[in-house]
Write a protein that binds this ligand. Sequence first.
Ligand SMILES: C[S@@+](CC[C@H](N)C(=O)[O-])C[C@H]1O[C@@H](n2cnc3c(N)ncnc32)[C@H](O)[C@@H]1O
Length: 435
Amino acid sequence: MLHRAIEAHQSGQLDDAEALYRKTLQMQAGQPDALHFLGVLCHQRQRSDEAIRLIQMALRTTPQHADAHNNLGNIHKETGNLVEAEACYRMALACNAQQHDALSNLALVLEAQLRPEEAFEVYTALVARAPQLGRAHYLMGMYLRNHVNEIEDVERAIACFRNAIRCDGKDVRSLDALGVALYMLDRDEEAIGVYRDWLDREPDNPVPRHMLAACGGDRVPDRADDAYVRDVFDKFADSFDEQLLKNLDYRAPQILTKALIEVLEPPAASLDVLDAGCGTGLCGPLIRPHARHLDGVDLSGGMIEKARLRGGYDELVVAELTAYLQANLVAWDVVLSADTLIYFGDLVPVMSAAYAALRAHGWLAFTMEALDGDEDRFELSSSGRFRHTRSHVERVLNSVGFGSVTITEAVLRKEVGKPVIGWVVLARKGAVARG
Ligand SMILES: C[S@@+](CC[C@H](N)C(=O)[O-])C[C@H]1O[C@@H](n2cnc3c(N)ncnc32)[C@H](O)[C@@H]1O
């Protein structure tokens, strides 16, 4: 019966598995494996308190069970109890020093507790004890890439990702990480090889396809493909706020809303506002005092879900921005967009749609990454994001009808320790629509 329960559990039939674990426990009260796996299952079903009780019961009978300590640690980690999680991983390792999952989890939990030196020691031990384990090299590479002190750290990270791929030929996650590390060192030619390799393994994956173009290995699209945006941001949604605010010093929402609020009337909750590419909703609370009605639109369902949890929006829609604007004529007084048009190369369709979606005297306010130079042009950089020159942005806005345009320069965030310079753009629709 336990065997059948485990099989059902492994194949994702959680109702059947739970019933079978419970039957096993009726037949043999306290059976430690049934308690342990039922605990894991309860956690999967968001019943983490019950899960912890069950695994603790199992451990009373089998206190040397390294996997059970490790799984208990995972539940504590995922419910935010990092201190308890660390203790569980240490117990797992005391029971079995070869429990590599517990060792990698211990390193991750030390890193999450902002103890990087200790984490580094544990990653080093993991690579030494399990040199054939791709995950060990991948985690070490990520650690080095995320804690860059000198250029050699990125070189070391690159070596780790290459080792990870050697250990596990199916490890596309390391190919992804390798491509980013090569970008950090401006090694576009090598990155092209990595993305081609990834595409050979996953021909339908939009991420290597986009990144190959970004590194100069394929035709540049007019804007990032919808599938690429969805894939990247659905995966990024859980860690977006932490990554951008803590690690990348992201300020676009603050800078943009500050510039916009300076030209608006004092806040009177009187405007209909669209947050275009709202992501996790960082702009929402900043513009809310001015909004009678606040809409948010984004291609990524994962990001929209985060914005919904943050609250403050009247309506949140999962849709492609240009199409959504085109479907809503003369609908808003303000369309604002922080760091979303960096996924658009050709700005004409989205800007003319924004113009048509605004009411007379309406404001379009957005940030984007700056491309140096006086020429009228844009490029897809090897970061995967588009950059536009000031004169290009100005010309496109004028061409679609915006009479009054101001563009200022600002630091929007950091990348690889360096400031990312962007444009903060305010454009106003006149009293009489053109065209
Ligand atoms: C860097 S995030 C910025 C999110 C938010 N504006 C902020 O400042 O925190 C870019 C967002 O643009 C969205 N996005 C990119 N291209 C889009 C498109 N064509 N239509 C709708 N959303 C898009 C992404 O899904 C992502 O949430």
